[in-house]
Structures are given as C-alpha cells and as structure tokens.
Design a protein around this ligand. Sequence first.
Ligand code: AHG
Ligand code: MN
Ligand code: MN
Length: 334
Amino acid sequence: MNDKLALPVGTTLDRFIMRKQEDFPYATGELSQLLRDIALAAKIVNREINRAGLLDVTGAYGNQNIQGEDQQKLDVIANIRFIRALRNGGEVCAIISEEEENIIQTGNIKGKYVVAMDPLDGSSNIDVNVSIGTIFSVYRRTSDTGNEGTLEDCLQNGTRQVAAGYVIYGSSTMLVYTTGHGVNGFTYDPSLGEFFLSHPNIVTPRTGTVYSCNEGCVNSFPEGVKNYLAYCKESSYSARYIGSLVADFHRNLLKGGIYIYPSTAKSPNGKLRLMYECNSLAFIVEQAGGKATNGSQRIMELEPKELHERCPLIIGSTDMVDKVEEFLKAEVTV
Ligand code: AHG
Ligand code: MN
Ligand code: MN
C-alpha cells in the first residue's frame, strides 16, 4: 500500500474529545457532548461570519445590551446559535451570556452543567473583516438536578471551571479549549466541515516582547501600568492591539506577550467581564503555563457578585505579568 498517496487527515475534534473522555474513568460523556454542541454552534456561526458581507448581517441591530453597548446583528445571531445548540444538546440547565440580562433557563432541568459565554467578542471588528471570537466557560451546577439552574450555579469562581475555551474566526477558524489537562487547539477545515487537532498541548512562552493594550487611554491608566508601558518602550517591545480580545490573546498565547485592560477613567473596573471573558481565558492561560491577574489577585479566585461584573485584566506570559504586578506594587508603596 502506498500511504504517501493519501496522507492521513489528522485527529478530528470529536475523536479527540472521545479519547480524552477515556482518561476520566467515571465520565458519563455529558461534558463531551456539551463540547461537541459548542463546536457545532461554532461551525454555524463561522458560516454566517464568512458570508457576513453578502448577507444582511453586518451593522448595528438597533438595540443595547444590559451593559449599554450597541448590539451588532452578529452579536445577536451568535447568541441565538450558541443558546440553541446548548439547549438542543440537553447537558446544560442554564446559560449566562454577555448579551442577556438574566439567566437563560434551557428547560433541561436534568442537565448537570451551566455555561457562561461571550457569543461574539470583538464586535467593533465585525464590519471591517477583522478577527473576532467566541469565549466560553463550563461549570458543574451546585444545585440538585431536577430543578432550574440557580444564580449560585452561575456565579461560581473561575477555579471551579470544568472546561473553558474560545473560537477565533480569523485567517483560519480555530477552537482552543482546556478541561484542566493542558490546552489543545483545533483548526477548522471548511471543505470537510471538521475541526482537526493542529496545536496539541499548547505551552505559552514564559516571556515575550509583545504588549497589547489600548494605549489611547493611557492617561487614565494606573501609574503602575503607565510605568510598565514605559519599561516596554525602553525595552523596544512591540505594540500589537487588534481590539478583539480573543485575537490579541491567541497571538500572545502562541508567541508570548501580555494583554492589559486596566481600570480607566471611563471604566473604573476595566471593561472586560469576569464571567464571560476573564475567567475563561485565565483558565486557558494557566493551563498553558501563563498567568492572569487583576493587578493584585489571581483572576480565577475572584468571587463573582453579579453576572455582568467587570474586572481589570492582565494576562499572558508569566514573567511579563509578574513585572506588571511589581510596578503596581511599587505604585502602592510609594
Ligand atoms: P465585546 O465585543 O464582546 O463587547 O468585547 C470587546 C472587548 C474586547 O474584545 C476588546 O479587547 C476590547 O473590548 C476593546 O476595547 P477598547 O475598544 O476599549 O480597546
Ligand atoms: Mn468580548
Ligand atoms: Mn461580545
């Protein structure tokens, strides 16, 4: 047999998830099914994003979400797609979403899990054909099955995540996730309609030379962050800021670097949301050997008080995050 004529296509996401399930002796397959549901929604959203310029789905939806931000049509579409896939899958009793004011009850009262999600991250980039993403976290419910999901089920701290991931709709579409045993990345092959394992066991570099933040707001950054940015310039680091957290994070994860969204005059607690953005990426970065903090505390240990709360985010290569913390500490002790 001449194998070279037909090289293997690789490991599909489905097969990978199935194999991983065998690592947990008592796993029932429900989390696996949930991850497959997310992958299905990601494929559908990917299709809609790819054709966005041809369909009437770019631009504003004409509504504001609970956080007072203008919703884009694709924010709304992605929200519907992910909710529908998770509802139909049956494993999730409740969902919280950046785009919804309240908990969404799926009707699956026997479902053991809750999901927190930012269905479409990087809304300002939708209309200009720049990378955008989806971010998700999965928690095991704490209330008994047989009832609707509760606020307590949804407001768990990040250390209690059982899985987290993101999809990046970029030059190619990728799904990156962790279940607490390292981080793996899958690239979508549209011709086969499958995600294939392309980035096994992602380990983020311990340090890097890229910093990502909205430097236009520097005047209202904390002194420690300003001093760190001066240090980056003295060190001739490169500035890279797309304005889609997923895309900035993904680049820094693979190449080394740091993403900073500190408190600003306009957003005293930072802009990013603890439950939909920060916890999920914090779990992933830690699993890849990096670090995530709000400046003084580990992101995953912050106790959430409300669904839509925000927190400052400093995330990426461990040595770089440590350095920012040093600068912030020096600011406090001066
Ligand atoms: P979302 O589109 O989900 O509201 O998130 C936007 C976030 C994040 O993706 C990005 O890094 C940040 O907002 C950009 O904010 P600035 O425009 O203030 O830099
Ligand atoms: Mn976002
Ligand atoms: Mn969003």
